[in-house]
Design a protein around this ligand. Sequence first.
Ligand code: FES
Length: 167
Amino acid sequence: MQENNQKEQKCCCGEEKKDKFLEELFSTYKPIKDNLIQMLNEIQEHYGYVPMWVQKELSEFLSVPMAEIYGVVTFYSRFSLKPKGKYNISVCLGTACFVKGSQKIMDRLLERLKIQPGETTPDGKFSIEETRCVGACGLAPVFTINGEVYGKATVQKLDQVLDELMK
Ligand code: FES
């Protein structure tokens, strides 16, 4: 009988748990609460989001309640509970951008991608987020794609960029 040397198991939610990345992560960090944010950063970067099953594993490893981890993940916008698209497009709806028309840019984005903020297109290519000021008010209105700022944005500029990315 072939021995299964992988430590993956099915979690109660049906998702896989304890993959190689997590094992390495848990062997790199000490199991103390102070490491929570840094570990979440690495998890977000690796998976593109912070899956619930990973939160459970982290909760056990750090002896921090799930509710607290969930609270941190939902508090900081850099963490996500759902996978983001290959191109994560954020439209700034902060005051400076809003008064310069960023809602029109958001409306156009929703119309073209046919998803809502917080969602990802079925092909995994695009996701949309709303943000409140990315510190580039002088360039308002602003949208970002994977963190790259597109300032003095217009609907036409958005269309151009989307056309390019959709090729
Ligand atoms: S309000 Fe949009 S960058 Fe500041």
